[in-house]
Design a protein around this ligand. Sequence first.
Ligand code: ATP
Length: 293
Amino acid sequence: MPTRMLIVFNPAAGARRRRRLLAALDLMRGVGLRPEVADTARRGHAVELARDAARCGVPIVVAAGGDGTIAEVADGLAGSDTALGVLPLGTANVLALELGIPRAPAQAAAVLAMGRTALLHPGLARHADGRELLFVQMLGAGFDAAVVHNLSTPLKRAIGKGAYVWQTLREMPRYSFAPIRAVIDGRVEDAASVIVSKGRLYAGRFLLAPGADPRLEGFHVALFRDAGVVAAMRYGAALPLGLLPRLRGVDIMVGQEVRLDGAGCPAQADGDAAGCLPVTIAAAPRPMRIVVP
Ligand SMILES: Nc1ncnc2c1ncn2[C@@H]1O[C@H](COP(=O)(O)OP(=O)(O)OP(=O)(O)O)[C@@H](O)[C@H]1O
C-alpha cells in the first residue's frame, strides 16, 4: 500500500516553485508514494492544513517551501504522531541545509520515500499577550528582525537572498539599535541584537552557532553586544566568511529558557515577522519526528 502523504504548498511563492513541486511529485509517484497537494490560501493556513491531516492520521505531512512554511506545518503537527517532511523550495532553506535534506527534487523525493525519521526539538516563543509561536530554526530580536519586518516580498520573489542584502543596507542607517536584555536560564545579559538558534546555520549555509543541532534540546543564544552601524557592518561582513562565532562583540551561550526584553524591539521567527519583544522562549511541549536522509 503506497504511503499517504500531504504536501502543503504556498502558491504565492511563484510559478518556478510550482514547476519544481510538480517535478518532485512525478518522482514521488514513481517511487511508490501517494502524495496529495494542498495549496495554502493565506499566511497561517499551513498550520490548519497540517493539523487536519494529523487528525485524519496522515503519516507524513510535507512542507514544500522555506523555513516559514516548515514552521507552520510543524506547528500544526505538534503533539501528534504525524512526521514532518521537507521539500526545500524556499529562499534560504536553513533547516534543510542543517539536516542535509537535498534541494534537488529527485533526491528530496527519495528521502521522503525512504521515510527515515529523526527527533526534532522546536522552540516555542510566548508573547506578552499569551500568543504562542513555534519555530524550528531560530528567533531573532533587534537588527535582523528589523530587516525581516521591512523586507519587500515581491523583491524577495524576484531576486531571492539579494533582497536581504538590500534591506540590510537600507536598515543600517535608520535602525535605532535599542538595547535588549536577555535572561538565559536566569543569567542576565545585555546586547544590541540577539539570535536564539536551534541550529548551527543562519541565512543559508553561514555558520552562526557551532555545536547547535535542532535534533537536540536547548538553544544557542548569540548575543551581538555592540550597537550602531559600524558594528552591524562588522557582523554582516563576518557572517559569509564564517567568522561570526569568533568575532569580538559576539558571545554564544547555551540555555534551555530565554527571556528577551526591549521596548518595541522587533522579533522574527524562521524568517517571518514575529511581533515585538518581550518574548519568553522554551522548548515546545513535545519533540516531533522529521524525515531526514
Ligand atoms: N497563500 C499564501 N499567501 C501569502 N503568504 C503565504 C501563503 N502561504 C504561506 N504564506 C506565508 O509565506 C511565508 C514565506 O514562505 P516560505 O517560508 O515557504 O518561503 P521563503 O520565505 O521564500 O523561504 P525561506 O524561509 O527559506 O526564506 C510563510 O511563512 C507563510 O506564512
